[in-house]
Structure formats: C-alpha cells, structure tokens
Ligand binder design. Structure first.
Ligand SMILES: *Cc1c(COP(=O)(O)O)cnc(C)c1O
Length: 462
C-alpha cells in the first residue's frame, strides 16, 4: 500500500514514512493511492470483536506492513474509561460517543494510537533520529497530543494554542500538562494564525541528523486512519440495533474536516452510509462550499462557544478534493493567492453527491442542549449540539448517527448558560481529568505573536 501527495509533486511513500513525515514535502497531504475495500460481510466479522480488535482490523488494511496491530491497539485504548466508541441513543437518533479517552475529546481516539504508530514506523523504516512533534490546536488536539506523547522515549512535543480561542478548561488542561518532553505556547491570534505559523515552519524542512520534525495535527495520516476505524465499528453496532434505515446519514460537527473525512473514507471502503452531514458553527466556510461550490476564507474568524470548530482553513478538505477528482494544485494556489476558489463542475457535483451541510449559531446550539436535556435527560457539549441542532427530531434524518466529539465538562460555561445552575456536576459526573486541571500547578506561561512562532520553534529545537 502506497501513499501519494494530494499535490502530486512528491514521490509516493510507504504508510510508515507518511506517518513519520506529517505533511508531504510538496505541501500536500498523504492519501492512499487506492482505497482499501472491506469484505461484504465485514459487520458480521467485526460484531463479536471488541473495539481494539476492530480498530486493529481496519488499520491493518491501510498499513499491511505493520503486521498484526491487536497488541498496539489494545495498549492504545487501555486509558479509556470503558468501551472507546460506544453507539448510544439521543432520542430518536443514534449518538457515537468519542470522548471516553483521557482528555475527554474525540482527538484521543487517534492521539492515543499515533505515538505507538510512530514508534512502529521508526522500527520499520530504520529511522533512529528522535521525532519532534509540532502541533497547532484549536483546543482539543493539543491536550490529546500532549497526553499521547508525554514521556514517550525518543519524542518531544510542542503545542501552540490561540490565547483567546480556547475554553478555560481546555487552557488549564494544557498549561498543567505533566511530562519532561512537552512544551506549550500561547499565540496572540486565532487558530488559523497558529496553524499557518506551524505550516510555515514545516515548509522550511528543519529536520536534520538529530531529529525529524512531524505533526500531530490531522494533516498526519496517522491521525486519520484510527478515525476511519470508529466509523466501521459504529456501523457494525448500528446493524446490531435493528435500525429501520439501511443507509444511515452521519452528522459530524466539523472544523478541520478530519473527522468527517474519515467517514467518507469508511464509506468508500464499503460502509453503506447515506448522506454525510457537515455541521458548522458561525464559521461556515464549509457550509458555503458544499452548498455553492465556492470556498472563501476571506471573512473574520468568529469566536464561538464551540471553539474547536473556529477554523476558516480546513486542512483536510484538500484530501476530500483529491478524492473527488479536483485539480488540487489549482485550488490551493488560488486559496493562497486570492483567499478563495471555485470548484469545477464535476467536483462540485461529486461533493454534493456525498455531503449535506448546514450551520448553527451559539444560541441555536444552546437551545438544542436545553431541548435534548428536557427530552432525554442527557447533557451534550456545544460541539455535539451544533450537529444535533439540525438532525435531532428531523424526519429527513431518521436513524442517523450524530457524532459526539467532547464531554460537556470541557465547556461548562456554555452548557450552564443553556441549562441554568452554577455547577455542571449537578447534571452529570465530571471526569477526574477535568477537575484535576483546576488544581494542578500551571507549568507553562509563554506567549508569542503569530510572527514569533518560528523563532519560538527554533529556540525549542536547540
Ligand atoms: C477537533 C474537534 C472538532 C472538529 O473536528 P475536525 O476533525 O477538525 O473537523 C469538533 N468537536 C470537537 C470537540 C473537537 O475537539
């Protein structure tokens, strides 16, 4: 199995090399040369297996040279508080719960696996240098990357987060991070500033004979593949619940387009999903491109109560464009030069054949949190609420699967505004990891302007 760059200017590489590199040298993202195909009876085969075994099965299709991955997946998911990706209900729809990992957001699903994949990839390629992980976060990736790579020998991790763009709990989770190989720095800007700064550093190709610079962002193939696994698993569980609809829609709260892209990969592998529904907050660039064919990032980034989706440049949309047959180089050149591009007719038709899209503002999100609580007694987080706002109670999306991306305890302020009261603990148990963040010592206070990111990285590399 080989991986090619979306921009077609870099040579194909093995899965192991793609995971070690992060982005491709030509600035593109690695994608499978051919999508692996699931056997027709995959759900029957996977139904008796637990989650780590299902994940190992799916990962092996993408990474055959890694050999058996059962042990690796079992180790990766041992820090979860129960089954890693249970399919529950939310009234009349299904809810895929992806926040049972150590940092309480779906990023753990991949970031508990990635460090183990990196180590295995080093073994397979004979790479002996240390791997330095550079990451920009809109709030949840940072903490999950820090927890994943904490004290893993041969690795170091540096995270940039937007100073004013994350929730208080998210920030506390990061600045209280333990571990000898970690570093955290605030950026006086938004997520796009942080992500652009990190991309500029990657473009300089700073790797040398001492270290290899890689990424824990969803531009890394090793982030994407474990996410495909939970969609295959979710459909297996869905069938087990005798649903009325054979081809359920999947509705995903979306920012960098990594999570929903994994659903598209699963569908292309043979999981019979129906519509893929892209849910955005007020930063509705993706709603616009799916509805009109024009991607236009030239607008101010709004701060919302679903901060992990406050993104205007959705990196993984490039992978979708590639899969749907677009001229990726042309689109990305125009995005860089003009801040916008228009899809060609065939790509736009292909995009509309797979995706529905909508967006919801903060008030609608909170109204949904309230309604869901009143009708089901369940508390959902503001990101999940953006997705649920359209499909919960909507006949069009009967039996659909809403993807729940964070524990509400990460965003207590917004949830309490919706439900009333002063303590979220009165509604549901708050995981220890989140309450601990309030009392642990703060270890990191550095902050830079966006144009200081590169200098900070260079100092850190010394
Ligand atoms: C990261 C994140 C998202 C967005 O996921 P993408 O893969 O970037 O589209 C949504 N909700 C939460 C809670 C997140 O942490």
């Amino acid at each position: 199995m080989r991986y090619i760059s979306t921009r077609g200017q870099s040579p194909p590489v093995s899965g192991a090399e793609a995971i070690l590199r992060g982005p491709a040298p030509d600035g593109g993202l690695y994608v499978p040369e051919r999508m692996p195909v699931l056997p027709g009876d995959f759900a029957e085969r996977l139904a008796p297996l637990d989650y780590p075994a299902r994940a190992a099965y799916v990962l092996s299709l993408f990474l055959p040279e890694f050999g058996r991955l059962d042990g690796l997946c079992r180790e990766a998911y041992q820090r979860f508080d129960g089954p890693p990706a249970p399919l529950g209900r939310l009234g009349d729809v299904f809810m895929l719960e992806l926040w049972h990992g150590p940092t309480c957001a779906f990023k753990d699903m991949a970031l508990q696996v990635l460090p183990l994949l990196v180590n295995k990839a080093k073994e397979l390629t004979g790479e002996t240098r240390d791997v330095y992980i550079l990451t920009a976060t809109s709030g949840d990736t940072g903490k999950a990357a820090l927890e994943g790579f904490k004290d893993i020998p041969g690795t170091r991790v540096l995270v940039f987060y937007p100073e004013e763009g994350v929730s208080e709990v998210q920030k506390l989770q990061m600045v209280t991070q333990e571990g000898e190989n970690v570093c955290i720095c605030a950026v006086r800007g938004n997520f796009d500033d942080a992500q652009n700064g990190v991309k500029r550093v990657f473009a300089k190709d700073l790797s040398n004979d001492r270290f290899l610079l890689s990424s824990a962002n969803s531009i890394n193939l090793g982030r994407l593949l474990p996410q495909v696994a939970y969609y295959v698993s979710a459909y297996t569980d869905y069938l087990g619940q005798s649903p009325a609809v054979p081809n359920p829609a999947v509705c995903v709260p979306t920012g960098n387009f990594g999570n929903i892209l994994a659903a598209l990969y699963a569908k292309r592998m043979g999981v019979p999903f129906g519509r893929l529904v892209c849910a955005s907050n007020k930063n509705n660039v993706l709603t616009n491109v799916i509805q009109t064919g024009v991607y236009d990032r030239k607008r101010p980034l709004a701060k919302t109560e679903s901060p992990s989706m406050d993104i205007l440049i959705s990196s993984n949309f490039e992978r979708a464009l590639h899969l749907l047959g677009a001229d990726v180089n042309d689109c990305m050149a125009r995005l860089a030069a003009d801040g916008k591009y228009t899809l060609d007719g065939d790509t736009f038709t292909a995009l509309q054949a797979e995706f529905d899209a909508f967006w919801r503002g903060d008030e609608e999100g909170k109204a949904c949190i309230r309604k869901v609580y009143e009708e089901t007694g369940q508390v959902i987080d503001p990101h999940t609420a953006v997705a649920a706002a359209e499909v919960y109670d909507n006949e069009l999306y009967r039996d659909c699967i809403v993807v729940s991306t964070a524990h509400p305890g990460k965003f207590p302020q917004a949830v309490l505004e919706a439900l009333g009261g002063a303590d979220l603990g009165q509604y549901l148990p708050i995981p220890q990891a989140l309450t601990d963040a309030q009392t642990k010592p703060r270890r990191f206070s550095a902050s830079v302007a966006p144009d200081g990111i590169e200098g900070f990285v260079l100092d850190w590399l010394l």
